[in-house]
Design a protein around this ligand. Structure first.
Ligand SMILES: [Zn+2]
Length: 228
């Protein structure tokens, strides 16, 4: 079954939560998202997972330190589908799609793809019982880097894409122009924001789902080669 990645955005538009102007911006940015995904698939020869555009700004905060918070422009999340099977999906936040530059959009797509591959190789090795992330932001950024496969190995054939990813994520994602725009045009305009605790962003997958997860042999071989 194919699900329209813009389904939730379209619902938000019909519900008048998203203006005509914003809808058009998201729609325009969506073509960059699709181009970025095609480019990732082309250079890696691996299919990009299911993704969709979330019409919310996602802000994470730490329950230990309320002064620390961060904007999440995308995340890679394992979900249990209606068919009771494990799926890994990528959620891309609408503010990124609407206001991000091509560079930032490509960098974030590539970064999430590295998380996706990392999760797949963990599943492949079947050792992901609980993936504890820390509460502290510094450690979270530090750990974030540890939850990736090596960008140089994955994007070796596309030096420009590799440059976007490594450049934008040198020390967590950095794009101050985008952040300013998001505060101005999304936060101050009262558009929908969802807050999540960093701790709730933990990845915990029951082992039976992992055992039932099917990976084709071609992808399995690829994942092993990336681990070397
Ligand atoms: Zn990350």
């Amino acid at each position: 079954m194919e699900i329209d990645p813009l389904y939730k955005v379209k619902l938000g538009y019909l519900d008048n939560q998203i203006s005509n102007k914003l809808y058009n911006l998201i729609f325009k940015g969506f073509t960059i998202v699709k181009e970025g995904i095609r480019r990732i698939e082309y250079t890696t020869n691996i299919k990009f997972p299911f993704f969709y555009i979330e019409p919310n700004l996602l802000v994470s905060y730490s329950s230990l330190d309320v002064t620390e918070y961060g904007v999440l422009f995308a995340r890679t999340i394992p979900i249990i589908g209606l068919d009771n099977k494990l799926n890994i999906i990528i959620q891309i936040m609408a503010p990124l799609v609407a206001y991000g530059t091509k560079r930032s959009i490509y960098a974030i797509l590539g970064h999430e793809f590295l998380h996706y591959l990392h999760l797949l190789s963990k599943i492949n090795r079947m050792d992901i019982l609980s993936d504890n992330r820390s509460n502290n932001f510094y450690e979270c950024i530090y750990e974030d880097q540890n939850h990736l496969v090596d960008a140089k190995k994955v994007f070796n054939n596309d030096k420009i894409l590799l440059h976007y990813i490594t450049n934008k994520f040198e020390d967590g994602f950095k794009d101050s122009t985008l952040e300013k725009k998001v505060v101005q045009k999304w936060v101050n305009a009262g558009l929908p924001i969802r807050k999540i605790k960093i701790e709730d962003n933990n990845i915990k997958i029951p082992v039976e789902y992992i055992l039932n997860f099917s990976l084709n042999s071609k992808l399995r071989e690829k994942l092993m080669s990336l681990e070397k």
